[in-house]
Design a protein around this ligand. Sequence first.
Ligand code: OAD
Length: 241
Amino acid sequence: MTIPEIRKDDYIVILTGAGISAESGIKTFRDSDGLWENHRVEDVATPEGFKRDPKLVWAFYKERYHQSHSVEPNAGHYALSKLESAFKNKFLLVTQNVDGLHTRAGSKRVIEMHGTLNTCFCTRCGRNFTMREVDITPDIPPCLYCGKPLRPDIVWFGEMPYRMDEIVSKLNKATVFMSIGTSGNVYPAANFIAIARSNGARTIGVNLQEPENSTHIDEFIQGKAGDVLPKLVDKWISVVS
Ligand code: OAD
């Protein structure tokens, strides 16, 4: 495996997807036996699906919430947390994952652009709650404040991902952009690599197979994130220490 070079003064922006959590035992979406093989996107990942059948949608996310707490971060998550400690404020991790594993591995400069399984919010008053403070045993858990239905804090198809302004401003600053474990199917995330590259960043891809948006990748490393990232990060942090 050829590990790309890095410079001490590089500004690194990373985008992760479901592939980085696969080795922790969490299903991806589009691989064989992935989540979208057994569930219809429009039923469980759209505002319209929630309106039609909130009970079904809650059941789907409750299961994923419990599962995310039954697994552990893997070597890929820990490597990125180590990379952040070395590059400090010249580092941003953007994840499409909602499983919270980056944070549990110690990452702090992380944006969960598609939301998180760990919180929910009220469909009427908008108040946000942690899943821990809410009793999620009812089919449709009620708001602790106004009693109206809560919904999972997940960005569904047709909704605006979180903190886009911040992400775009960091993409404009990036000198290195690395995409890890994402199929490059879902926008706007799939376009981050092109934005960073058009601003002069070098682009790196780490994935089991070539993603959809691979034409924008300068250096592609085929492999499992949990194998590739510890080696890559060890080399990269040797430049700053
Ligand atoms: P996908 O399931 O579309 O893609 C996962 C990618 O990870 C695939 O390209 C796999 O080849 C790769 N992969 C699998 N195991 C890997 C490993 N161990 N190491 C490295 N790569 C591996 O998941 P995402 O791209 O994250 O959105 O999907 C993007 C969004 O689509 C999700 O955030 C979700 C989904 O619908 C919403 O729910 C709004």
